[in-house]
Ligand binder design. Structure first.
Ligand code: 9D3
Length: 245
C-alpha cells in the first residue's frame, strides 16, 4: 500500500519511521511519503493560510496548496485512484470497520489540517473522505493522520507478523479482551486465577469468554448492545456475578 501524507509539520511524522510501521516500510509492504504543504505554494511567503471571508477569529487553510499537492501525488502515481482523506473534527469517526475498509485500497492520501479550519472547497471537491478519531479536541490533524495510518496499516498483509492476532483483536468480535497473566503464580499476595493453572483448556476458554463479557458489560455496554450474542454467551452473561471484583 502507498500512503501520501500532506502536512505543514512533516517533522511531526517521524514516529512513522520507527517501530512496527518502520519495519513494514523497510520490508516494502508500505510506502509512506510525507510531503510539506508549503512546497505546493507559489508565493514568496509560502503562505498556507489566510483570513476567513466573512470575518471572525483565526485563520483558514488556503485551497490551492492542497489541490496542487494532490495533483502532484496523482501525477506521480498515474495507475492508482487514491482515496483522499481529510482529517477533521467534523469527520465520520474512525472505527475498526473503516480501518479495515481503507486497508483494502492500494493508495491513500491524507490531508492533515491545522488552524481553525480548511477552505470548504477542499472537503467538497478534493476529499473523498473526512475522518475524525473521536470526540475530543486536539491542536491539529497530525496525530489523527498518524492514528489512521497505524490503524489501517495493521490490516495490510505482512505488516503485522501474526495475521491471527490481527483477526482476534478486540473489536473484531465486538468484545473487549480477557485478562492476561504470566509467571509468577503469586506476586505480592496476588494470585493468578487458579483455572489458568488447571490445564483444563475447555474451562479456561469458558472463563476467558465470561471475563470478556463481564468487562464489556461493565465498561462498554454500548458494544454489547450491538453484538448479537450466541447461546453460550447469553448463558455466561446470566451466570456472571457483576457485583464482585
Ligand atoms: C477551536 C477550534 N474549533 C472551533 C469549533 C475547531 C477546531 C479546528 C481544528 C478544533 C480542533 C481542530 C484541530 N483538530 C483536528 O484537526 C482534528 C481532530 C480533533 O481535534 N479531534 C479528533 N479528530 C480529529 S481529526 C482532525
Amino acid at each position: 500500500m502507498r500512503i501520501d501524507i500532506v502536512t505543514i509539520f512533516p517533522e511531526a511524522f517521524t514516529p512513522l519511521q520507527v517501530s512496527l510501521l518502520g519495519r513494514a516500510r523497510e520490508a516494502g509492504r508500505l510506502q509512506i511519503k510525507v510531503r510539506d504543504l508549503r512546497e505546493f505554494t507559489t508565493d514568496r511567503h509560502r503562505q498556507v493560510d489566510d483570513a476567513p471571508y466573512g470575518g471572525g477569529a483565526g485563520m483558514v487553510m488556503k485551497p490551492e496548496p492542497f489541490f496542487e499537492a494532490v495533483d502532484a501525488i496523482r501525477a506521480a502515481s498515474p495507475n492508482t485512484t487514491p482515496r483522499i482523506i481529510l482529517t477533521s473534527p467534523q469527520g465520520v469517526a474512525l472505527t475498526h470497520a473503516l480501518a479495515q475498509e481503507l486497508a483494502r485500497e492500494n493508495h491513500l492520501v491524507l490531508l492533515s489540517g491545522h488552524y481553525e479550519g480548511i477552505d470548504e472547497r477542499v472537503r467538497e471537491t478534493l476529499a473523498t473522505d473526512e475522518i475524525s478519531i473521536g470526540d475530543y479536541v486536539l491542536t491539529g490533524g497530525e496525530l489523527p493522520a498518524m492514528v489512521i495510518v497505524d490503524a489501517v496499516a495493521r490490516f495490510v498483509p505482512g505488516v503485522v507478523g501474526d495475521a491471527a492476532s490481527v483477526e482476534a483483536d478486540s473489536f473484531s468480535e465486538g468484545l473487549l479482551d480477557y485478562p492476561h497473566y504470566t509467571r509468577p503464580a503469586e506476586y505480592r499476595g496476588m494470585p493468578v486465577p487458579p483455572v489458568l493453572l488447571s490445564g483444563d483448556h475447555e474451562s479456561i476458554r469458558r472463563w476467558r469468554q465470561a471475563q470478556r463479557l463481564r468487562r464489556t458489560l461493565e465498561r462498554r455496554p454500548d458494544l454489547l448492545k450491538a453484538e448479537a450474542l450466541g447461546d453460550e454467551d447469553r448463558r455466561l452473561l446470566d451466570e456472571l456475578d457483576v457485583e464482585e471484583d
